[in-house]
Write a new protein. Sequence first.
Length: 65
Amino acid sequence: MGKPAQNLLLSKQRTLAVSRYLVQQGVPATQIKSEWFGQAKPKASNKTAAGRARNRRVEMKVMFE
């Protein structure tokens, strides 16, 4: 429910925390791509507390090359 700039910062911090954890667990940093979107790509409505909670997330895609 904060300002877009603050929500983007929180999204960035959440994403980087997950990236740091993965590196600590042995995943090479070169194999991690991080992106954050703030309010730009919600999965649920931001009009309800449940929807806002659902939007506080980190998504991961496993890519095999």
